[in-house]
Ligand binder design. Structure first.
Ligand SMILES: [Fe+2]
Length: 296
């Protein structure tokens, strides 16, 4: 099966104060503001025009963007979504500097925008952004009341590959063409975006993020630790809307689909098990309570 999705695209969040939200992400994680347009603020950590957009409104997630391999792939996803009777919110791009898009409500309520690549208009290196400057936006993790239906959407509509799952099938991780262990992660629960994640250069970057939170009199909600699925080192904090932001290094890369077999993680030890954090510290209440609803 050939891929339709190449990699994580962007996240669009509606915020009562887009400027403050953008400044917070810039101060703590290090993305820089690439453009302001009316009440919208665009940020990026690399040469893409944007990876995160905050727009004015009640706090909610408007969409998680996935970069398609081509314009034809966008059309194919739209055709499959229509065939499955899914709600199509729009076939026009939400943001700037990409030509084609379709916005779909996945089974369970997560909103995805499948889009052609966002233009690489920005310099790789930049001045600005008080944080350590990630490599890229890496993945998203949302909850659904029906993980089986959400997973089937990833496989049948998006042609993504299952990387791992838990033995009870309550959590699944899916990868795109770029081969990183997961671009979409999902859990079972009330529909919301639990977290979005950035890939960093080194553990030192995660240290700086913790220090930046301290300077702001804030704190991480979990980590550092090393996940089982994906094997990445993680820290988490809550953004100004209560959505969790993960900062990550060493995400596993699957270099050959033909010889990779998804793992079913034994979760009999519950959230305290090494399947979730190989280093052993269980998630905190603050981590578990985080997340931001999708716009209705
Ligand atoms: Fe994650």
């Amino acid at each position: 099966m050939s891929y339709l999705i190449r990699q994580m695209g962007h996240v669009v969040i509606s915020s009562p104060d887009p400027e403050a939200a953008a400044q917070h992400l810039s101060d703590v994680v290090g993305l820089r503001i690439t453009e302001r347009d009316g009440d919208s603020v665009y940020l990026s950590s690399n040469n893409r025009h944007h990876e995160v957009t905050y727009v004015k409104g009640e706090a909610a997630v408007l969409a998680c963007g996935l970069e398609a391999v081509s314009a034809e792939a966008v059309d194919e996803v739209m055709a499959r979504a229509k065939s499955d009777g899914l709600t199509i919110l729009s076939d026009a791009p939400m943001g700037k500097h990409y030509d084609r898009a379709v916005r779909i409500v996945a089974p369970g309520g997560s909103i995805f925008e499948i889009h052609t690549p966002i233009a690489r208009t920005e310099p790789h290196r930049y001045i600005g952004g008080g944080g350590p400057r990630p490599k890229r936006i890496e993945h998203m993790n949302s909850f659904s009341g029906d993980t089986a239906a959400f997973g089937e959407f990833c496989e049948k509509v998006l042609s993504m590959q299952l990387s791992d799952r838990t033995s009870d099938d309550g959590l699944r991780w899916y990868r795109a063409q770029d081969g990183f262990h997961h671009t979409i992660a999902m859990g079972t629960g009330p529909e919301m975006l639990h977290h979005y994640a950035f890939d960093h250069h080194s553990m030192e970057d995660l240290v700086r993020i913790a220090d930046n939170l301290t300077i702001k009199d804030e704190a991480m909600v979990w980590g550092p630790g090393r996940h089982g699925a994906g094997s990445n080192i993680f820290t988490y904090y809550a953004d100004p809307h209560g959505c969790i932001v993960e900062n990550s290094v060493e995400m596993a890369h699957i270099d050959n689909d033909a010889v990779y077999h998804p793992r079913a993680w034994d979760i009999s030890e519950g959230l305290a098990g090494r399947w979730l954090n190989q280093w052993g510290t269980p998630p905190t209440p603050g981590f578990l309570a985080g997340g931001l609803k999708f716009a209705s």
